[in-house]
Ligand binder design. Sequence first.
Ligand SMILES: O=P(O)(O)O[C@H]1O[C@H](CO)[C@@H](O)[C@H]1O
Ligand SMILES: Nc1nc2[nH]cnc2c(=O)[nH]1
Length: 292
Amino acid sequence: MLSKGSSCCCSFDDYKLTTEWLQNQTRHQPKVAVICGSGLGLLAEAATDKQTFRYQDIPNFPVSTVPGHEGCLVFGTIEETPCVFMKGHFHLYEGYSLCQVTFPVRIFKLLGVDSVLVTNASGGICPDFKVGDIMVIRDHINLPGFAGQHPLCGPNDERFGTRFPCMSDAYSKELRTLALDVASDLGCSVRTGVYCMVSGPNFETIAEARMLLTLGCDCVGMSMVPEVTVAKHCGLRVLGLTLVTNKVSLDYSREEKVNHDEVLEICKMRAELLQKLVSTLIGRCQQNINTH
Ligand SMILES: O=P(O)(O)O[C@H]1O[C@H](CO)[C@@H](O)[C@H]1O
Ligand SMILES: Nc1nc2[nH]cnc2c(=O)[nH]1
């Protein structure tokens, strides 16, 4: 496996080796993968019949280095749906290449997963958004991608997908509608909007935040877009949910300063609701596949 900071791609054999290792260790055959962002590992707790692997024990897997990212893969079942949860994911700012950041997504594909649910923490740019809001992601802006930091740069492996994938429908309309229905049934009001990825690790300057608002971003974070891009490239259905953990300052007179502890604190406060939303969604998501 490549070392941190390397910009080359993992080979098909690397993906195969990890997939076969997992298949030899577990009888679970997940259909849905959930990627849990900062402080959201609790989402896996709703699963039954769990089997857990630490990232450091899985061949080729990167390891989590950020507080709030536990660093383990949990297989389990939710409402009869076989699932796999990533308790913690990887970021460019940790020094990983985008190939490493997105490595698990192709493992999910090879394991037979058909839908990926990505959750994360973000800052609210849209002035209407409040701390604790949940946003169903309609679309994203890949700012590092504009600068050539893109997970699909390099030789294209047709076994995963096409050289020039369409991204205008990266987030499954069906799953977005389902998420809004489930939220409404649970009496939880959710937002819909555009997530922008920046590389981090610093939070935004006020000028940057104003620029993002002008660009049409509702929320900003440092993750998810590479995973979503690779998932869409290999034909997985994607749903993205982001938790607004702080309001991004757009005003020089605002005194509040954002920090990661505050981000984790809000995740803790909203994790139970998100867990209910995610597990109900997973149950219905599978019914939705079975009826199509
Ligand atoms: O996107 P996740 O990993 O959920 O977390 C978000 O919160 C962290 C900063 O507090 C960054 O990692 C940012 O991307
Ligand atoms: N870039 C960025 N990432 C975040 N993750 C959680 N909050 C924020 C934020 O305000 N900005």
